[in-house]
Design a protein around this ligand. Structure first.
Ligand code: AMP
Length: 280
């Protein structure tokens, strides 16, 4: 696998891809790779003639500095995993490669998708994320880019941004990969204590419960019942909500012609976990 450590090295690689008119799949990540990430890479390898990943822990999308400092960094192990599955290239940019004029965010219109859920609880997170994804897409110029439904709101925001900016790339959303016990895979899981690892199974169980309840109750009632489940839990519920999939807007009733998702954020000790599920 080619390791591209600077923007110039990436540029030479992209020139080669363009000269040969090859299709290029791209998977941007922050590293600490697990099976969830690898599922995106495997799909990219299947769909494209060349596949490139990136690892960059993006400082501007962390609203909490402690979270940025503690974010796991396991580059050597990540490289080994990508080599095994046959990824062609990995871009490891420096902060200067992506933020040549300092750590400022661009103001990117997200059509209101950024003010709810993660946007409401993590101020500035999506502007930071969108800034870095836009810059990565402009630098890498892939045919297709792959994102996980684990971060469903992020995926919808990226789709919106690509449409608004008319970036010539196809965005693909991939299903959430879970541990065998249901916990959604996340780089943050490795920081959970054994006790909270077990307790965190309740997150997926409560999402399944929400899905079951949604065939009998209105969204508001489902939300109320799920919130109650967390009253006696060691997991601290930050939000649980149900929205229509495209607009991410809450609803009074379910329209059978639309799809809906339940979204949750909880604290397991000091680790913040998010998950979601399509309920209708
Ligand atoms: P991150 O490194 O956390 O920024 O994630 C990089 C990409 O992997 C994002 O598109 C995530 O949505 C995706 N991803 C993370 N965890 C999972 C998972 N458990 N299943 C599927 N995709 C995931």
């Amino acid at each position: 696998m080619l390791l591209l450590k600077t923007r110039n090295e990436l540029f030479d690689f992209i020139q080669y891809i363009h000269a040969k008119k090859l299709t290029l799949g791209f998977v941007p990540t922050m590293g600490a790779l697990h099976e969830g990430h690898l599922s995106l890479f495997k799909k990219a390898i299947e769909d494209n003639q060349y596949t490139i990943g990136s690892i960059f822990v993006n400082p501007t999308q962390f609203n909490n500095q402690a979270d940025l400092i503690k974010y796991p960094r396991t580059v050597e192990a990540d490289i080994a995993k990508l080599e095994i599955i046959g990824c062609d290239a990995l871009y490891l940019p420096s902060v200067e490669d992506l933020y040549p004029n300092g750590l400022e965010c661009e103001s990117i219109d997200m059509n209101g998708l950024d003010v709810v859920m993660e946007g409401a609880f993590r101020p500035g997170h999506f502007q930071g994320m969108a800034t870095v994804v836009k810059r990565l897409l402009l630098q890498v110029q892939p045919t297709r880019a792959y994102f996980g439904e684990k971060d469903f709101q992020q995926l919808q925001i990226i789709r919106q941004m690509v449409k608004t900016l008319q970036l010539p790339v196809e965005i693909l959303g991939m299903p959430i990969i879970r541990e065998s016990n249901g916990l959604a895979m996340s780089s943050r899981n490795m920081r959970l204590t054994e006790e909270f690892k077990k307790k965190s199974l309740f997150i997926y169980q409560s999402l399944l419960k929400a899905k079951e309840l949604s065939s009998h109750y209105a969204p508001e009632n489902v939300i109320c019942k799920i919130e109650k489940l967390y009253l006696n839990s060691d997991l601290k519920l930050e939000y649980f909500t149900i929205t229509e999939e495209e607009s991410l807007q809450t609803t009074q009733s379910f329209d059978p012609s639309k799809h809906y998702r339940a979204f949750i954020a909880v604290y397991a000790g000091d680790i913040r976990l998010i998950d979601n599920i399509q309920i209708r």
